[in-house]
Design a binder for this molecule. Structure first.
Ligand SMILES: Nc1nc2c(c(=O)[nH]1)N[C@H]1C(S)=C(S)[C@@H](COP(=O)(O)O)O[C@H]1N2
Ligand SMILES: [Mo]
Length: 387
């Protein structure tokens, strides 16, 4: 019997490749969370292919080092390495499981959130691990043509496996595996308020009283505006009552049918747009409300204005470039139904092509600025934590 060709590269090349793979996975994973347009689809492909290549690299690595886990040989360094192995395996497994239609109910979070959490933990553990065990591959093995070929074969098989994954899902009859290019699955499109309610961390205001709510348009404008609910949401009865305290992550059933025939003033605009949440679902609807460009025209942005920030009553906020903001909608209705409280009544941002976390709910302020506020990244994460 002839000897099988050795596919596995030398240990230090495997280790260096694992490090490179984690860097690629972290970068593409992070970018994927803010990509919602088809032009960004390649980021998801690279993430998946790098993940598949990592499965093989990690298997080689774990086979090589498993003898170090003998119970009598364990010390702090090795325990950390073992933990890294477990977390990295779990991160890969949750990613693959998601692709094959898996789901998990973790209260407000699901399988994709778990995948993201594990994926973010890997680099933290890896930094500690490398401080103890880092070694560069030798120049010779790094420059070795055979290693380059092995590497190309590994990435190539990852790409083929990723391409074949839809066929595999079809053969296995895996249900719930149809995904948008972002990885998200469809939920409750074209069905009014009946799609999931998702709030980041702890953003959970009481239902908003129309009579005390108003929308301000200010910042770098010639004519700041303050509009009452009746001015901006004409003729609409109080919507979404009975939704207070709904479970986060649940589907909002609290659809009010009270006013689906009201509020069709002359200035109402409509946009069809798809909300794609990073927790792994999307929902497409016809949204009705006020075109942001119309508010901006009334307020008159000053020269030098470049960004528009949308701010929630909770402090949650996000900015869009001025030209993009013009085409965005401040929606008061979804598929003709008054927006429910959970979905952001009286008014929420609809930002076509942007990921869901940028679609600010319970908007009370539109501010025109020269620069975007970097603190809004933080606000997205901590908003509501302090009430
Ligand atoms: N004020 C505020 N707006 C918010 C959020 C939030 O927590 N607070 N969550 C965002 C996220 S992560 C998503 S996916 C969408 C979800 O909108 P929905 O709850 O109407 O489905 O709202 C976004 N707007
Ligand atoms: Mo989201």
């Amino acid at each position: 019997m002839g000897r099988l060709p050795r596919i596995e590269p030398p240990p230090r090349v495997v280790d260096a490749s694992l490090l490179a793979a984690v860097v690629v996975l972290l970068a593409t994973g992070a970018v994927s969370l803010v990509s919602g347009r088809p032009a960004g689809a390649w980021v998801f492909d690279v993430h998946a292919i790098a993940g598949l290549a990592t499965v093989v690299l990690l298997a080689w690595k774990l086979r090589r080092v498993r003898h170090r886990l003998a119970p009598d040989a364990l010390d702090a360094t090795r325990l950390l390495s073992a933990l890294l192995g477990v977390v990295a395996t779990a991160a890969l497994a949750t990613g693959v499981w998601w692709v094959f239609g898996g789901s998990l109910d973790l209260g407000p979070w699901g399988l994709l959130n778990l995948h993201i959490g594990l994926g973010l933990t890997v680099p933290l553990l890896l930094v500690l691990h490398l401080r103890q065990r880092f070694a560069l591959p030798s120049r010779r093995s790094a420059a070795d043509r055979r290693n380059a070929l092995r590497y190309a074969a590994l990435v190539g098989s990852g790409a083929i496996a990723w391409r074949a994954q839809e066929a595999t899902n079809a053969v296995l009859g895996t249900t719930g595996a149809e995904r948008r290019f972002t990885g998200s699955r469809e939920e409750g499109s074209d069905d009014g308020n009946r799609f999931p309610v998702t709030s980041w961390v702890a953003d959970d205001p009481d239902p908003i009283d129309r009579s005390s709510w108003s929308l301000t348009v200010d910042g770098m404008v010639g004519e700041p505006l303050e509009l009452s609910a009746d001015e901006v949401v004409p003729g609409q009865a109080d919507a979404g009552e009975g939704n207070a305290g709904e479970a986060k992550g649940g589907t909002d059933e609290g659809d009010s049918d009270a006013a689906s025939d009201a509020g069709t003033g002359p200035d109402r605009a409509e946009t069809r747009a798809l909300l794609d949440c990073t927790s792994g679902w999307y929902s497409e609807h016809d949204w009705q409300g006020v075109r942001v460009g119309e508010l901006l025209d009334a307020a008159g942005p000053e020269s030098g204005a470049a960004w528009v920030q949308f701010r929630s009553v909770t402090g949650y906020r996000w900015s869009l470039p001025l030209d993009e903001a013009r085409d965005a909608l401040l929606a008061t209705r979804v598929d003709g139904h008054p927006l429910s409280h959970g979905h952001g009544a009286p008014m929420r941002l609809v930002a076509p092509g942007r990921r869901g976390f940028q679609w600010v709910k319970w908007v009370e302020s539109v501010r025109v600025t020269r620069r975007r506020e970097l603190g809004e990244w933080l606000a997205v994460f901590v908003s509501g934590v302090d009430g």
